[in-house]
Design a protein around this ligand. Structure first.
Ligand code: THU
Length: 131
């Protein structure tokens, strides 16, 4: 199992690969799968702004596309003095793939805070077609 500090270090490193020429807001994520693999992601902005993909979804989509199923925790690192929780869209997409997930927020100043996805996103949309 990857420790919290190793996962935060991976997220902090991933943020340096962000493609953020418009916002200049660098975000990195590191997602630990149940099989032990760690998938990193960064935000990738588009000149058509709405097509931008957040760091969290980049990491999740990389993981799912590599066959990972089931996730333990995600670390999210942003270049901000305040800790930056995942946006609403990312919360829904994370929840689509795991009922419970530890969400570790961190920044380059060494600050961090741990949440459960269920407290950040208590009433998710569920696709009725799947139940
Ligand atoms: N961003 C993320 O990568 N994750 C979040 O949870 C919030 C926002 C990115 C999207 C965009 O590239 C930049 O941060 C500013 O919104």
């Amino acid at each position: 199992m990857t420790g919290r500090s190793a996962l935060m270090a991976a997220a902090l490193e991933a943020r340096l690969r962000a493609h953020a020429p418009y916002s200049h807001f660098l975000v990195g994520a590191a997602l630990e799968a149940s099989d032990g693999r760690v998938f990193t992601g960064c935000n990738v902005e588009s000149s058509s702004y709405g097509l931008t993909v957040c760091a969290e979804r980049t990491a999740l989509f990389k993981a799912v596309s590599e066959g990972a199923r089931g996730f333990v925790r995600i670390a999210v690192a942003a270049d901000a003095s305040a800790l930056t929780p995942p946006c609403g869209a990312c919360r829904q997409v994370l929840r689509d793939h795991c009922a419970e997930l530890e969400v570790i927020l961190c920044n380059p100043r060494g600050e961090s805070k741990v949440y459960q996805l269920s407290e950040l996103f208590p009433h998710p949309f569920h696709d009725q077609m799947l139940s």
